[in-house]
Design a protein around this ligand. Sequence first.
Ligand code: F6P
Length: 524
Amino acid sequence: MNKPIQSKLTQSPAWKALQAHQAEIANVHMRELFTRFPERAREFSLEAGALLLDYSKHRVTDSTLALLADLARQADVEGWRTRMFAGEHINASEDRAVLHVALRSALEAFPAGNDVVPLVRKAREGMRAFSDAVRGERLLGHTGKPMRTVINIGIGGSDLGPRMLTQALWRHADAPQSVAFVSNADPGDLAHTLAQAQPETTLIIVASKTFTTVETLGNANLARDWLVKALGSESAVKQHFAAVTTNIKAAGAFGIAAERCFPLWDWVGGRYSVWSSVGLPVAIAIGMDRFEDLLAGARAMDEHFLSAPLEANMPVLLALLGIWYANFFGAESHAVLPYAESLRELPAYLQQLEMESNGKGVDRDGQRVDYATVPVVWGSVGTNSQHAFHQMLHQGTHLVPCDFLVPAATTGAAAENALAQGAALMAGKDADLPYRRFDGNHPSSTIMFRDIDPHTMGQLLALYEHKVFVQGVIWNVNSFDQWGVELGKEIARTLSAQPAGGGAIAGLDASTNALLARLRSWRS
Ligand code: F6P
């Protein structure tokens, strides 16, 4: 591993100015900032579309924000933004454009010189026709019955987005089908789901950008066996399976009819793909019109990201605040706390989005970085989280900036609890007994919105996508590849290929060889 050298970033004027400023502000309590500047709450809040961001409970002043904006300018965030929207191959290690924004664009042609809009529109028309047919009970199975259960088999970006949105938007779901998700290599995941389905009335969507992912193909093969065995005919596969993939050939070889293959392209990263055919289960659950509302919400955030000045740009602000704590306060994690049961899958979705994108230790120039990149993103739904780990947020030894996501409607007292947590974390409370003392000064952002509807969810997810983009630009990493997942896959293949009693695998460490031997003996 090449050693970190002093990077341009940590030697840069904007970085050094922030370091000096941090030393001045590190011991200032936010309570004091609120007392000194009564306008703080109004000044440090921003509305974009349906989202209200309150960022006043942060350890920042006007000067901090100006210095952070300097850092963004120095990194040429605006230039990189232009390059992404122009379809330049900013995913350099894979020589690919990054055009998930084209999936929700309203432009007639986009981007210039490599117009992908006709492809996107055609795919969306296909999604509409198919989802309408499923919802309208016109899509019939092998025995002539309409579908009752839709099962999406995929993993990572081919699972987390549609899974999370189907859950989040359940109040808008009016399909006669139930929609389920299977992702895990543990066959128990599929078995549990199939136990609640009837083969005659089950539609299975195999979502895999590459159509080579071991977990997905393993589950798809098991599901095909289950179907064929129950219906007594291989030809049932064509009626009960659909695919979402770039690899139409492999899907065809699996037995999925060409007209049931929904496209994806190499310029859409898995974790950015929920806007594409990967969203098919969502479109089936809520209908294509509402799915288009989701895209319109994301588009509204794209427009805000493109046009708002950096200082009043919501994704830029979230990115800069994250950098402030990760790089200047040493915060090693970041908590996402949605205060709505239906957003319970959101932390997992954001974990992939943020950590697979910016969990990089080598910069775009191939140098090891000498600064922290993405912190550990974790979280859970409030108020449950309060009774699990908020003790640590309030009185523990780690600095954990939090995002409170607060829908106003339908969440009852959960919303007030979110506000109470933000207030307590910020202000703290004095007490005589040390264990009753709350130091406070724990930073949080509050993102509040009226309701969890498709348009708002589109804005919210695009907000985080662009936050990740801005952080990647400043950290000078490629946010759009994921080479770090390859080594484990490779070793897993070797372990799986080793026959029972096959002895130690050459080149593999003694610990893993011993564990594999024990695993095999316990199984036999
Ligand atoms: O975990 C690695 C990864 O490549 C993710 O980036 C991706 O979302 C997931 O696997 C699934 O890949 P595919 O859609 O090709 O099956």
